[in-house]
Design a protein around this ligand. Structure first.
Ligand code: ATP
Ligand code: MG
Length: 271
């Protein structure tokens, strides 16, 4: 579904991505983890067209998409959410999700201008589909009010609903658990599994290690813009290079033991 090959991306002197390669098979749930600044979001930004990589290749469902605009990559089946929410705060909850449907709805500008029957039909379909996805993410409460009036955890759900309304093949989630309480995290874990059951491939950036360990079939670990480990949760958890990446080189034995426990149970502590 996704193939990333030798990706390069630099900001001034900082090499955010330094020859990053990894792949994700159709239907998989793969987590991308690594310390702060490892290049995780940069990798998602290159894959989704928000950054243009200075080198390397991105293939989505077998087609090269390297350097295409975000809208062109979205049209080929990719949807994403953002580390910092990017909802339209001044639009209603429902309209935020309806915005996701415009990728596939067939109305033209002229239809919209003239309010043709096709326009009205298509608007009705968009609304139905938006409600369907808001039901799917189990959004409670009013859908006609401004999205910015919702509690933070609910806004995160709306963002996922909007991404699903694009009918993606591949969904990128950038820290979906950030700022959620433990009940909301449990619901997120179930939601991710239900999304997979729809046949959608999922790539997840996440610092919450219990969530990562529970939902991932495979974990890709980045450090300094490169892949340092790739494997099943149990293999990654016991990989010395991973523990070292989270700690730095000079950790003593006690710190390494604590970090292993953190990666395996409650999550590495990211200040
Ligand atoms: N737009 C940008 N301009 C300048 N530097 C950037 C930009 N985006 C990323 N970087 C730098 O690239 C490196 C990788 O950042 P990135 O955001 O990809 O890390 P990350 O793994 O997502 O970290 P975090 O876990 O903190 O979200 C960092 O050194 C960061 O400061
Ligand atoms: Mg990030």
């Amino acid at each position: 579904m996704l193939e990333v090959l030798a990706l390069q991306m630099a900001f001034g002197g900082v090499r955010a991505l330094d020859g990053l390669s990894f792949s994700i098979g159709g239907g998989e749930i793969v987590s991308v983890i690594g310390p702060n600044g490892a290049g995780k979001t940069s990798a998602f930004n290159c894959v989704s067209g928000f950054y243009r990589p200075s080198g390397g290749t991105v293939r989505l469902a077998g087609q090269e998409v390297t350097g295409l605009r975000p809208s062109a990559i979205a049209a080929r089946g990719l949807a994403r959410t953002f580390q910092n929410l990017r909802l339209f705060g001044e639009l209603s909850v429902l309209d935020n999700v309806r915005a996701g449907t415009h990728l596939w709805s067939k109305q033209s500008f002229l239809d919209a201008l003239l309010h043709t029957p096709r326009y009205r039909r298509s608007e009705g379909e968009s609304t139905d589909e938006a409600h369907k996805w808001l039901d799917f993410v189990e959004l409670r409460g009013d859908r006609t009010g401004l999205v910015r009036h919702l509690p933070y955890g609910e806004q995160r759900r709306v963002e996922i609903a909007r991404a699903l309304a694009r009918r993606p093949k591949l969904l990128l989630l950038d820290e979906p658990a950030a700022g959620l309480n433990s009940g909301e995290k449990a619901e997120l874990r179930d939601l991710i599994r239900r999304i997979q059951q729809l046949g959608i491939t999922i790539a997840l950036i996440e610092h919450d290690m219990s969530l990562v360990m529970e939902v991932s079939e495979r974990i890709v670990v980045l450090n300094f813009g490169r892949k340092i480990a790739d494997g099943a949760p149990d293999d990654v958890r016991s990989n010395p290079a991973v523990v070292e990446a989270y700690l730095g080189r000079d950790a003593d034995d006690d710190e390494i033991r604590d970090a292993r426990a953190g990666i395996s149970e409650k999550g590495a502590d990211h200040a």
